[in-house]
Write a protein that binds this ligand. Structure first.
Ligand SMILES: [Zn+2]
Length: 104
């Protein structure tokens, strides 16, 4: 699972397939183009990955009571990654999605 974090407003937004999403201040955003690859925009965007299997395990093992919650693996995706394409801030959703019709 990929998320984008905006260093301007500190919002963190989960990316969805074919539904572009923006942070609260609209400076950064992104969209999955398939199940793995995503387009991301914004100079102050950082892409975060959750290791899905680790998150699922943590949810399954959530303690009823404890001093700490169950941990899972997350990581900051490298500046250059095969699964992330940094693109200019889109002028329109149509431009972003290469002509496909997108509804939000
Ligand atoms: Zn922002």
């Amino acid at each position: 699972m990929k998320l984008v974090m905006c260093l301007e407003c500190e919002d963190v937004v989960r990316l969805f397939p074919e539904t572009p999403r923006w942070c609260q201040c609209k400076a950064v955003g992104g969209v999955y183009v398939d199940g793995v690859n995503a387009k991301v925009w914004g100079e102050r965007a950082y892409v975060i990955g959750f290791l899905n299997s680790s998150l699922a395990r943590a949810i399954k093992h959530r303690p009823d009571r404890a001093d700490q919650g169950e941990r899972f693996e997350a990581f900051v995706i490298p500046r250059e990654s095969e699964s992330i394409q940094m693109v200019p801030v889109p002028k329109s959703i149509k431009e972003l999605c290469d002509g496909r019709i997108i509804t939000e």
